[in-house]
Design a protein around this ligand. Structure first.
Ligand SMILES: Nc1nc2c(ncn2[C@@H]2O[C@H](COP(=O)(O)OP(=O)(O)OP(=O)(O)O)[C@@H](O)[C@H]2O)c(=O)[nH]1
Ligand SMILES: [Mg+2]
Length: 315
């Protein structure tokens, strides 16, 4: 029997969990009479809009890890994941009996160490996907806050972390720009579109950078060599300008790398707009081939549904 799931990842506060993407996705699935199985793997998460069907805190909580092993919050989180890896039966027991109708939604914590520094996530993902074991068709969904677009260097740093997760996990991957409501009115629609398929041009014509360079006396052009012939500048001012130039070169190199891989595209998420949630679900369904595995519905099923809807007074 096939199983289907999505792992929801991304930096802290990206809007993965509580009031936000996981919650909106589950609500949307329920409204569309689909089954969700919600797994919380954040050992520090306390409150939820939808109660998880499986919660890592039943196995180990961050509080226990910190108290018993004497670790801080980040070390405690890594300890919780190492503990999970030694107790994977706990996951298997809960997930093994799920049918192909379910979408298993796995909410992850936001600590960046999990996605970059340690190999726990690839091992966990392999365990979930392994044929002959749980054999779940998994997608990775990586959320980045849309407010990152206001600072292009930050946006590319975030995009690099998304790409690193994508290369590390080796499963179908969807990148999402979350909290779109926060940039409405701040960034023009046309400009926002450019961030959905990021390229190095975004660094070259960054309006914030341009005005900063004008303030520094660099003329606002693209002269990025850090040479400053202005003898009137103090050494500390010159050093500052050199640092800025190196930073810009680094950002351009990172952006160029991302562009040359041309693997990172974003979908927009506005959780207050159901169409936006539906569009992301449809991408998840497509890349894990959810619909191909579903039993065709009996014609009567739909008639029954229509009658129910008429009785409820809906169209
Ligand atoms: N305006 C706005 N705020 C949002 C949105 N999504 C999340 N937030 C807020 O952002 C904060 C973080 O949301 P969470 O869902 O807890 O984020 P998370 O990614 O699970 O964060 P961690 O668990 O810390 O990794 C909360 O205060 C949310 O209310 C959104 O779409 N729009
Ligand atoms: Mg969370």
């Amino acid at each position: 029997m096939s199983k289907f799931g999505a792992m929801i990842m991304g930096p802290a506060g990206a809007g993965k969990a509580r009031s936000t993407f996981c919650a909106a996705l589950i609500t949307h699935l329920q409204l569309n009479r689909r089954s969700a199985f919600y797994v919380n793997l954040d050992p520090a998460a306390e409150s939820f809009e939808h109660t998880p069907d499986l919660d890592i805190k039943e196995l180990i909580s961050l509080h226990d890890a910190m108290e018993e092993v004497g670790l801080g919050p980040n070390g405690g989180l890594i300890y919780c994941f190492e503990f999970l890896m030694q107790n994977l039966d706990w996951l298997t027991e809960a997930l093994d009996s799920l049918t192909e109708e379910y979408l298993i939604i796995i909410d992850m914590p936001g600590q960046i160490e999990l996605y970059t520094h340690i190999p726990i996530l690839p091992t966990l993902m392999k365990y979930l996907c392994q044929p002959g074991s749980l054999d779940i068709h998994m997608a990775a969904v990586y959320l980045l806050e849309a407010t990152f677009v206001v600072d292009r260097a930050k946006f590319f740093a975030g995009t690099l972390s998304a790409m690193s997760a994508m290369l590390m996990l080796e499963v179908p991957h969807i990148n999402v720009l979350s909290k779109m409501d926060l940039v409405k009115g701040q960034v023009k629609k046309k400009d926002l579109k450019r961030f959905l398929t990021p390229d190095v041009g975004l660094i070259d014509d960054d309006p914030v950078e341009r005005s900063r360079r004008l303030r520094e006396g660099g003329g606002g052009d693209d002269d990025d060599d850090g040479d400053d012939d202005d003898e009137s500048k103090r050494p500390d001012e010159k050093a500052q300008i050199m640092k800025g130039a190196s930073f810009r070169r680094l950002n351009r190199a990172v952006a160029g790398l991302i562009e040359s891989f041309s693997m990172v595209n974003y979908l927009k998420l506005d959780v207050t707009n159901e169409d936006s949630v539906a569009a992301i679900l449809s991408h998840i369904d497509d890349c894990i081939q959810y619909h191909e595995a579903q039993d065709p519905k009996e014609p009567n099923d739909d008639e029954d549904e229509d009658q129910d809807q008429d009785q409820d007074g809906h169209e």
